[in-house]
Write a protein that binds this ligand. Structure first.
Ligand SMILES: [Zn+2]
Length: 244
């Protein structure tokens, strides 16, 4: 009975959210300053820091897109991507009905960032979502988030194996079953991204891009000749041998 009541409510709110997002994007398309270059259409608020940093932002996004394609071993992504830049988290949240600091809408090929003097969410993460979901299709949330996080590893002080190793034996370490099946119930917890990225880093290093794609398509940690249990054991052994 509870589920029967919750489903229409969920559909109502997600439908309303989608309408607000569409409205926000359409409004931004007509009110913000736009600029096209190398497969991107950029949108900036008038007199914003983003607007004055156009050359830097454009260069970064084009570079990031190319780097993600290299990580994915894909040659090209031809559909255009629209990138919106807001001066504050509040302004972006209000415009796109989100609490996030950076966001992507893969089917629309739309990304949005906060770009201010205090904070910039301009990383590879959101672009990764657009490229991976459109080129490889949808996967499980922990795999999609883990991969997007992994593409930004060079921005981290420590690599994801090192960060993950530091969590083992502490209450912050998330059990793999929980990570795979309840990723979103750890809202706001950065460790879930660290662990997911570490697992995918292990797969990519040990089984290459084919291994990564196999897991992506299967939507679970499993390869044709390796079970989930075996892969988790191998991952743990990699972490044990990781130097801090
Ligand atoms: Zn993400």
């Amino acid at each position: 009975m509870k589920i029967l009541l919750m489903l229409p409510l969920f559909l109502f709110f997600s439908c309303q959210h989608a309408m607000l997002v569409n409205k926000g994007i359409n409004k931004a398309r007509t009110t913000m300053l736009s600029d096209e270059c190398d497969g991107f259409k950029f949108y900036f608020q008038k007199n914003s820091l983003g607007d004055s940093a156009r050359p830097f932002i454009k260069k970064q996004l084009i570079k990031y897109k190319q780097e993600i394609l290299t990580i994915m071993a894909e040659k090209t992504f031809t559909p255009g991507i629209e990138a919106f830049f807001y001066s504050s988290k509040e302004q972006m949240n209000q415009a796109l009905d989100t609490k996030a600091e950076g966001i992507s809408f893969a089917s629309k090929k739309v990304i949005a960032f906060v770009f201010s003097r205090q904070f910039s969410s301009l990383t590879r993460h959101e672009i990764s979502h657009i490229l991976s979901k459109n080129l490889w299709g949808a996967s499980e949330i922990w795999i999609e988030e883990g991969f997007a996080t992994l593409t930004d590893e060079d921005m981290q002080k420590q690599n994801f194996h090192q960060q993950c190793k530091a969590l083992i034996g502490t209450p912050d370490f998330i059990d793999a079953y929980e990570l795979f099946n309840h990723f979103n119930s750890f809202g706001g917890n950065w460790n879930r991204y660290v662990e997911a990225a570490s697992i995918l880093k292990f797969i990519k290093d040990a089984y290459g891009n084919d291994g990564l794609k196999e897991i992506w398509k299967k939507k679970r940690l499993q390869l044709k000749n390796k079970s989930e249990k075996q892969l988790l054991k191998e991952w743990m052994s990699v972490l044990e041998n990781t130097c801090n």
